[in-house]
Each structure stands twice: as C-alpha cells, then as structure tokens.
Design a protein around this ligand. Sequence first.
Ligand SMILES: Nc1nc2c(ncn2[C@@H]2O[C@H](COP(=O)(O)OP(=O)(O)OP(=O)(O)O)[C@@H](O)[C@H]2O)c(=O)[nH]1
Ligand SMILES: [Zn+2]
Length: 195
Amino acid sequence: MSYQLFEEYQSHTTSDLKENFHNILEQIGEDPLRNGIVKTPERASKAMQFLTQGYNIDPQDILKSAMFDEDYKDMVIVKDIELYSLCEHHMLPFFGKAHIAYIPNGQIVGLSKLPRVVDVFARRLQVQERLTHDILECINTTLKPKGVAVVIEAQHMCMMMRGVQKQNSATTTSGFRGQFEEIQTRNEFLKLIGH
Ligand SMILES: Nc1nc2c(ncn2[C@@H]2O[C@H](COP(=O)(O)OP(=O)(O)OP(=O)(O)O)[C@@H](O)[C@H]2O)c(=O)[nH]1
Ligand SMILES: [Zn+2]
C-alpha cells in the first residue's frame, strides 16, 4: 500500500470506527454528547488504530533494512523488551517482557530491529503463544541464524480485571529453533535472561 493510500485508508477507517465507538458509548448507558466524552469516539478510534497498526507493517522488511555481514559466532541476546498487546478473545491488554536470542550465521541484525519486530506482532489481536511463534519464525526465516530463541512473560488483563480475577498469575511462553534446541545452548540463554 502506498503512503497516500495508507493515509486515505486510515482516515476512512477512523470515521467508521468513530461511529462504532459512538454507538458503544450509547449502548453502555453513556451520553456520547456529554462534554467530557464528546471527543472520546475519535480518541478511542485513534488509540485502537495505534494499538493494531501492526497489520499494516511487514516485519521482515524491518529486519532486512539492517542486516550486516559479520563473523560473530556467539549468542546475541536482547532481553527485557517491554511489550503491550491485545488478547484476541476480549480485546483487553496483555503486557510483559520479551527476551530474544540468536546465533548469527554470517550476518547480524541491527539490535533495535528486534524490539521493532516484537511491536509489529504485538500491535495486532493476539494470543501469547502465537505472538511468541510469530517473532520466532520471522527472525528464523529472514535472518536465517544458526539458532533463535524467544521467551515471553506476560500478564493478561482479561484474567485480572474480569473473569477469574487472578492478580498475580503470569504466563511464560517460549520457542526455540536450531542450536537452541540443544539443551546446553538453551540453558545458557535461560541463565543469561535470569531463568
Ligand atoms: N492460550 C491463551 N489463552 C488466552 C490468552 N489470552 C486470553 N486467553 C484465554 O482465552 C480464553 C477464552 O475462553 P472463553 O471461555 O471462550 O471466554 P470467557 O468465558 O471470557 O473465559 P474466562 O476468561 O474464563 O471468563 C480464556 O480462558 C482466557 O484466559 C492467550 O494469550 N493465550
Ligand atoms: Zn482475553
């Protein structure tokens, strides 16, 4: 999608979303014309489009834009990458940290690109398992490293604010490819991220 088309698409969906948020306000018993919330449908639309902008971005392009030939053969870890996503069942936030490691195979990637890939997949409706897998596969297919590992630790608002209402439970998901399938490499990574 060209930039201009994307802008048109954005403004089009914003007005559709605005109307829907206006209806939601009415249906939960609010007065959408009340002074404090008269602009809320517009604000909520922009917030929702921000939180789901990942559908319009190709995460492989992000990695490809900063891959460099380098003969470094050891593990590279970027840990404690904060993430905020929306669960696809309730559209409520889940949030936490991602830890990513890879072992280069002749090429390294710009470090900032790894958190950027996390954000692209997090800014879609997700389940934590698929988010973990999406990040793992994207790095594996694009960078083609000797190994890649992803661990995500998160808390789900849909389990805290409603439903089962457990405030202290945390969910850990992980995925390992290549050399991280070997127990020794995997354990070294888990030790370095403090597990
Ligand atoms: N596996 C997985 N489940 C999730 C995730 N986010 C939310 N869920 C769960 O999705 C499930 C949806 O279950 P349903 O029984 O259809 O929905 P519900 O009646 O709202 O369930 P409760 O949350 O138990 O009240 C719930 O168990 C949620 O805890 C996630 O990232 N991964
Ligand atoms: Zn949920």
